[in-house]
Design a protein around this ligand. Structure first.
Ligand code: SAM
Length: 328
């Protein structure tokens, strides 16, 4: 397949969940009006003409857009090879809805789910009994994959935070063994001012997560499950296994180092909000220790959210020296 050129498209700032850790949670109502289908189509065509071939509907929740099927079909008609959705999945608990969206041309679906324990999922999403629906959505989409409608196997995204980290190993085991998920993304909680109100409840230190991190890594290696991590700097992998740190970084952070074109992010309603995540993270949102400049991973590391520095300290991060001159 040709090299992928990604675009992330926003349908505007509306979601049917209220996750307490979500950085997109606190937006004024005026911004929650969904983009009109005509305009969304124009944007899809615009990026197709610029040779983008991978489209992600990642922010807010595309599943609540009344024209979701038409949006996916338009992407397909415009020759996007990869059409990915990240969703809280509630609407996919309805089999007919799931089938329509998948048949329209969706190639990959990621479900955001943060525990296998009802109490924890309820607390994190602020909605009671959603886990039941999410589990049904998983069954529906697994079925559609088995019937060859969905191109890629189902994957899940978990946000690691202070409420779920002590049970997270069991959560990973549950979704692998009971729900047959072999592609799991673990996003270490990112902090910023938008979730300050819940900060005490949800923030987590890397050092507290380490014992669980280690067990997840070895579980993934033992059963050959694809597990990737976001927002965990390379040096943390060296703390859990200094000798094999480099191999672990390659295996578990590979997406970060994959030399794909940078992802461009666009809010369909406001082109001024178009940006590249990688640049925004480094220029605006993140920071690093002075010593990090000497680290082997100086260029590829995505650094640490500024709020992490405010809440904790940066001493956890130790520059890696691999006796190789070129930094990556
Ligand atoms: C913002 S959500 C939007 C898509 C959709 N509504 C959903 O629930 O998946 C996209 C991804 O970002 C993750 N996410 C949200 N807030 C986060 C945070 N503070 N730290 C790390 N990941 C976060 C979500 O779990 C999800 O996997």
């Amino acid at each position: 397949m040709s090299k992928l050129k990604h675009i992330e498209i926003n349908i505007w700032k509306a979601c049917n969940s209220k996750c307490i850790f979500c950085m997109s949670r606190n937006v004024p109502n005026i911004m929650k009006k969904l983009a009109e289908i005509g305009y969304v189509k124009t944007r899809i065509k615009y990026y197709a003409e610029k040779w983008y071939n991978s489209i992600w509907f990642l922010w807010w929740d595309i599943s609540i857009h009344p024209n979701i099927v038409e949006i996916i079909k338009t992407s397909k008609k415009n020759w996007f090879d990869k059409i990915n959705i990240i969703t809280n999945s509630i609407r996919f608990s309805d089999y007919d809805f799931a089938k329509k969206v998948v048949e329209a041309g969706t190639s990959r679906i990621n479900i955001s789910i943060h525990s296998h324990i009802h109490k924890i999922e309820d607390e994190l999403t602020s909605i009671k009994w959603w886990l039941k629906k999410k589990l049904k959505a998983i069954d529906n989409l697994n079925q559609l994959y088995q019937k060859w409608f969905l191109q890629s196997p189902l994957s899940i995204n978990i946000v690691i935070n202070n409420i779920n980290f002590q049970t997270i190993v069991k959560t990973v085991v549950y979704y692998f063994k009971v729900k047959n998920i072999k592609d799991i993304r673990l996003n270490f909680i990112s902090l910023d001012h938008t979730i300050k109100i819940n900060e005490d409840k949800i923030t987590l230190k890397y050092s507290d997560f380490l014992p669980y991190f280690k067990r997840i890594i070895y579980f993934s290696l033992k059963y050959n499950i694809r597990i990737t991590f976001d927002s965990i700097p390379p040096c943390i992998f060296f703390i859990i296994d200094k000798k094999n740190g480099e191999k672990l970084v390659k295996k578990f952070l590979w997406e970060q180092f994959d030399k794909i074109d940078q992802i461009e992010h666009v809010n369909v309603k406001d082109e001024k909000e178009t940006f590249k995540w990688k640049d925004k993270k480094k220029n605006k949102l993140k920071t690093k220790r002075k010593q990090c400049h000497h680290c082997y991973y100086n260029n590829s590391c995505e650094w640490i959210r500024k709020d992490y520095e405010r809440l904790y300290w940066l001493k956890e991060f130790i520059p890696i020296s691999l006796n190789i001159k070129t930094k990556i």
